[in-house]
Design a protein. Sequence first.
Length: 327
Amino acid sequence: MSFQRFLIKRTAIAAMLTLISVSVIFASLRLLPSDPFSGLVASGALTAEQVTQLREMYGLDEPIYVQYLKYVRNLFTLQFGISLTQQRPVGEIIIPALMNTLVLLLPALVVTAIVSSVAGMYAGWNRGSKFEQAGIVVTTFFRASPIFVTGILLLIVFSYGLNWLPAFGMRSPMANPQGYAQTYLSLDFLKHYILPFTATVLFYSGDFLMLARNSVVERKGSEFLMLHRAKGLSEMKQLARAGRNSLLPLVTYFALRTGMLFQGVITLEVVFAWPGIGRALVQAILNQDYPTVQAAVFIMALAVIVMNLTADVAYAKLDPTIKAGDV
């Protein structure tokens, strides 16, 4: 199979998975025993006539298939609708929240991938050393602990115990930043950023360290390294060659992990009250805010699908010994 045909096939599969995902999101919300407005009547906040008008305004009185077609059309044109609880466009809620999440997760993942991969390669090359043993024990401990547990431990030690860093939020209550520079580059932001960033790095470091270590261990006794050793290459140059040949699984895993990070971000953002997409999703679910829930889950699902596609393409492109059709 040529690479072009492989790319078309994988893209078609990704598109189909995206459609299935949005359909599941739509069905899941419509199967709930109550709609967002039913509780308002019971509490006396609105009359039955007012609720009927609201249902007409948001299209909830239309047949299910009409709601579904409008829902799919709006999602794929990035028209997320109006929030039921905040009465403003969902995009104004989700896009800033998504930016806050990416600012937290992407730098943490890049730092984790680079530092842990280098440490894992060194550990694999020096198999049986104290460095390898300590690295495996420490990273396995944090990987085995749920990310919210790691976050709570950091809060107990550095916020409540030592009182060095703020516990919650992305900025101080009185801060009023203007523009991206003041929002993401200020000292106040950095103080709030350290603990959730550290929790993310500690949680995912074990994956990259063990993957890099195992790859180097597998290649340490390979013929090409024996040839380099016979040529008199130094230990560091041999390690560099072994590390270079271990990059493929690391690159593909990085792509997969980037998409799957959204699964762990929900609990992390709740623990640190970080105003990201995970926390926005939790608040929308509690408020039965259909449009916001649909938009947030759609973005998370789309991230996983796109990064899986990226991993497949990277694997087929970077490894010349594997045919695209075999990926």
